[in-house]
Structures are given as structure tokens and as C-alpha cells.
Design a protein. Structure first.
Length: 111
């Protein structure tokens, strides 16, 4: 049987998504309490955390689809992934009622 680093640690796609959501919630609280000078910097951090959550959720959906395909012969979660990608970072921030951070962040360069 193959083994890999992190096996049996309890770290799963689901726990990674929960961790990313908790980080985003904490960052939103910090953004709300920030002074005007700090808001742009904190808004950029919020956008980056939302991007990270988007990636983690995409991985979770793909892993779930792979499990379904293995167990039941079902097709992948392409519709769910497509909807997630269509919503993008703005959808994540809207879900957490922090869409105003996107405007406050200004133009964001990837990377």
C-alpha cells in the first residue's frame, strides 16, 4: 500500500476549506475595524484569502467528484466547479457579506 506525507493526520479537503473560511471570517472582522489608512491593505489581504478559499473549494469539489466516480461510476463535478468559477472571488466575498472589500482593494495583480 502506498503511503504519503500527511496520511492519517486528519487534514482533509473539508478541513482545509473550514480553515480557509475561518481565516476569511477573521480577516473580515479586522477589515471592518480598520482605519481608513489600513483598509486598502486589509482589503487586498481579504481578496487573497478569498482567492485561496476558491482554490480550496475547487479542490474539495474535485476530490468529492473523484470519490463519487470511484464508488458509483458517476461523472465529475464539472457543473459545481463551473458555477464556483463563474462566481469567482466576488461570489466568495458576497457570500461572506464583504463585497465592499473588493472595491476598497483597488486593482489587484495576480501572484
Amino acid at each position: 500500500m502506498a503511503q504519503w506525507a500527511g496520511q492519517y493526520t486528519g487534514r482533509t479537503h473539508r478541513s482545509a476549506a473550514a480553515d480557509a473560511e475561518a481565516l476569511l471570517r477573521r480577516a473580515i472582522e479586522a477589515f471592518r475595524g480598520a482605519t481608513d489608512e489600513e483598509r486598502r491593505r486589509k482589503a487586498k489581504a481579504l481578496v487573497r484569502l478569498a482567492e485561496r478559499l476558491l482554490v480550496v473549494r475547487r479542490r474539495l469539489l474535485r476530490a468529492r467528484a473523484d470519490d463519487d466516480a470511484t464508488l458509483r461510476g458517476a461523472t465529475g463535478a464539472s457543473d459545481e466547479v463551473r458555477r464556483l468559477d463563474e462566481r469567482g472571488v466576488a461570489g466568495i466575498l458576497e457570500e461572506f457579506a464583504a463585497l465592499d472589500a473588493l472595491a476598497a482593494a483597488g486593482p489587484i495583480t495576480p501572484g
